[in-house]
Structures are given as structure tokens and as C-alpha cells.
Design a protein around this ligand. Sequence first.
Ligand code: NAD
Length: 435
Amino acid sequence: MTATSPRPAQDVIRPDKDRFLQEENPFEEMMSRFDFAAKQLDLEPGLYKILRHPEKQIIVSVPVLRDNGEVDVYTGYRVLYNTSRGPAKGGIRFDLQVTLDEVKALAAWMTWKCAVVNIPFGGSKGGVICDPSTMSNAELEKLTRRYTSAIIETLGPDSDVPAPDVNTNERVMAWVMDTYSMHKRHTVTAVVTGKPIEMGGSLGRREATGRGCTVVTKEALKQLKMPIKGTRVAVQGFGNVGSIAAQLMAQEGMTIVAVSDKSGGSYNPKGLDLQDVLKHVQGKKLLHDYKNAENITNDQLLTLDCDVLVPAALENVIDHENASQIKARVICEGANGPTTAAADKILNEKGIFVIPDILANAGGVTVSYFEWVQDRGGYFWDEDTVNQRLERIMVRSFDEVTGMAQRHKLDNRIGAYMLAIDRVAAVHRLRGMYA
Ligand code: NAD
């Protein structure tokens, strides 16, 4: 391939560039939940102020020589929200919708998520405002390397460890790792996670988020004394998280009645033939062309008669308009931020058991932690070991979140925030303030 030929479709970037936070100010939206949880914990005013502010916000200009000989300059961000518990951990996204407030919100989210599953990381996030679908492979590589070198002071296995996010993938992580290693004059695999297996990635990482969703859904069913076998599940989003969760839940005996992608959904109240659906999708086909089930819209999927709903696509899909029509007994939030704050209130009133995103989809960052541990130790685990350790962490975290919620008679989301804030605050108290 020449430097000017277009990038092969789906080769470098992830196709779903529509999934962004829709709120006008995502940071304040996220902080409204933080504020409520902090109040329940009676957090000291000083610590409250510290935890409401990101530690570091970096804005960089990233010049790229385009294939046509012109220079374009892109704006990039890296936000380290909190590093009291360990190196910052958080993805890099490439998209036109990236804003500093969005990156701040996502970095805070990573801080709470890592604390919920009690892994020794803080939270960060990065992004570059660009449209990767209009860039060649060569341009994307230049952008990645120049952005990496612009933020290189913050990066490192002990300070800030990126991972893939919207429109970035294993390929992009390999370029980040190589650029960092060139500057350090030796190979540093642990500087990023979500790498190709051949260069220090972890077995089980690809499936980790869907596997984590399955583990916590089983725990929720157990707690609610609902059977696993025959439980009817609807999954929105049939990408990495949704398709793996659907397959693993089906393996556990649950009945997957509906799945969807951006084109729409497929529904069979008696259960879909998942292998058949997967075969259809693997042929790069969309679900609205799938003929062996009833076609439904994404909106219809959310309000289907089912036991478990797994939103695993976009932010803010469950809002004040559709929340009252949701019939599922359990919602497992595979996506980040699928439920608005207004919808939370309605779901609580209806008694729906929500497994909040910072717990439900934390399987991904948990196995990223395993990848970092394996890279640093130079010793790689087999897939069973990865999966068993992941399951143990997800079960323990589920018990801790629901225990916190029940003790305080609050919903699971606030329980998760309280658990996370409490853990981050405890370390701040122990470390004291360097003033
Ligand atoms: P993906 O790109 O693999 O899949 C996304 C799926 O959503 C695709 O099937 C796509 O067609 C569908 N989709 C896109 N727009 C849609 C729309 N308007 N309506 C319905 N479906 C639509 O992405 P993924 O990695 O599975 O991530 C999904 C969600 O999970 C995101 O919110 C992501 O932030 C979150 N998440 C992912 C991971 C991970 O490890 N991949 C970890 C934590 C959280």
C-alpha cells in the first residue's frame, strides 16, 4: 500500500464513531453523581475539592504532513484525573467530537472504575480532534506518533498507561508503544495495554468486558433469586462487548431474544440462533438485513419484554422518555454512560436492578491491569488463569457495590460511586497533602 492510498475499511479504526457523550457538559453530568455520593460519605470539604479537580490537563498541537503535501495541525488532549492509587490508566480516542470536558469526564470515570474493582491504577483519558475516516494509514500513523511524542513526559508504565478507545485499536497501540520505546532507547511493552498478543498483549483481553458483564449479570440473577437458565436477554450493540456478552450468556443457558447494531435489531421471543446471527455479521452484514428473525428498531429493543437488558453500544440511550417503558428486571450497562441521570430516578422508582457501568464493564480494564502485570513480570498467563482471576475480581466487586448500596439504602450506581470515592479518599488521607 502506498502512503496516499486510502486506508482499507475497518483496518485501522473502529467503525462506530457515533458513540459519544451527548450531554452538553459531560463532566458536570458525571460530577452530579459524584456530588451525591460524596455527600452520603460526608467527605471532608478539602478532599471533596481535590477529587472534583483533574490533577493534570495537557493540550497539545499535533502537526501532520498530509499525503497531499499540506500540513494540518490537530488539537490533542491528555487528562490525568487522579493518580493517588497508582499510574493513570485510560484510553485514547480519535474523533471530531473530542472536547476537553469529555476527556475530563472520561478520565474521572476511569478513576472510579479502577477503584471499584480495586486495581492499583488512577484514571486518565486522551483524545485528538480529527476524523480518522478521512485519513490514510500513513497519516494516522504520523498523527499517533506525533501525539505520543507530544505527551511523552506523562506516559510510562509507572505514570500513565493508555489503551484503545473510540476509533483507536491494537494497531494504534503498537505505534504508541513503538514511539515511546524509541524515545526510551529500549522496548517498553507495559506503556500501553490492548496491544496485539504478539507484542505483549494478554490472552482474554478481547473477551474481558463481555465476560465481566456475564459474571455480574449471573450474580444479579442469583441475588434476585431469578433462574439463569431460560432468562431472556436483549443486547443493544453487537460489537466487542455486546456480541461476546451475548455468546457467553447463551453458554450459561440464558436465552438471547434480541440483539442490535447501528442498523437495527433482530428479535425472536423463543431465542435467536446466535451462531447464525454471528455468521451473518461476520460477513460484514448489518442486522437489519438478517432474515431469520423479526426486524426491530433499537428503540423497540430497549423496551422489549425481557428479563435482562444489556445496553452495549452508546451513551445516553436510556433517558427520561423511555425509562418508564423498560420492562427488564435487570440492566447490565456494558456501554459507558448508557443511562442519563434523569432516567436513573425513574428506573429506581420502578425497582429495576441496574448494574452500573463502572462495575459492569470493568472487566476490560481489569484484564488491561493483568496485561500490565504480565508485561512487567515478563511472564505470561494462560487464558484460564486470566479468566478465573477476572471472575474472582468481578464477583468480589459486585458484592462490595451491592453491599454498599444496601447498607445505605441507595441504588447500585451511587453504591459504586461511594465505594470508589471512599477508596480514593482513603489513600489521599494516608498519603497526606504535599503542601
Ligand atoms: P464496538 O465498536 O465493538 O461495537 C459497538 C456496537 O454498537 C456495534 O455493533 C455498532 O453497530 C453498535 N452501534 C453503534 N451505533 C449504534 C446505535 N446508534 N444504536 C445501536 N447500536 C449502535 O464497541 P465496543 O468496544 O463493543 O464498545 C461498546 C461500548 O462499551 C462503548 O460504550 C464502550 O465505551 C464500552 N466499553 C467497551 C470496552 C471494551 O473493552 N471494548 C470496555 C469498557 C466499556
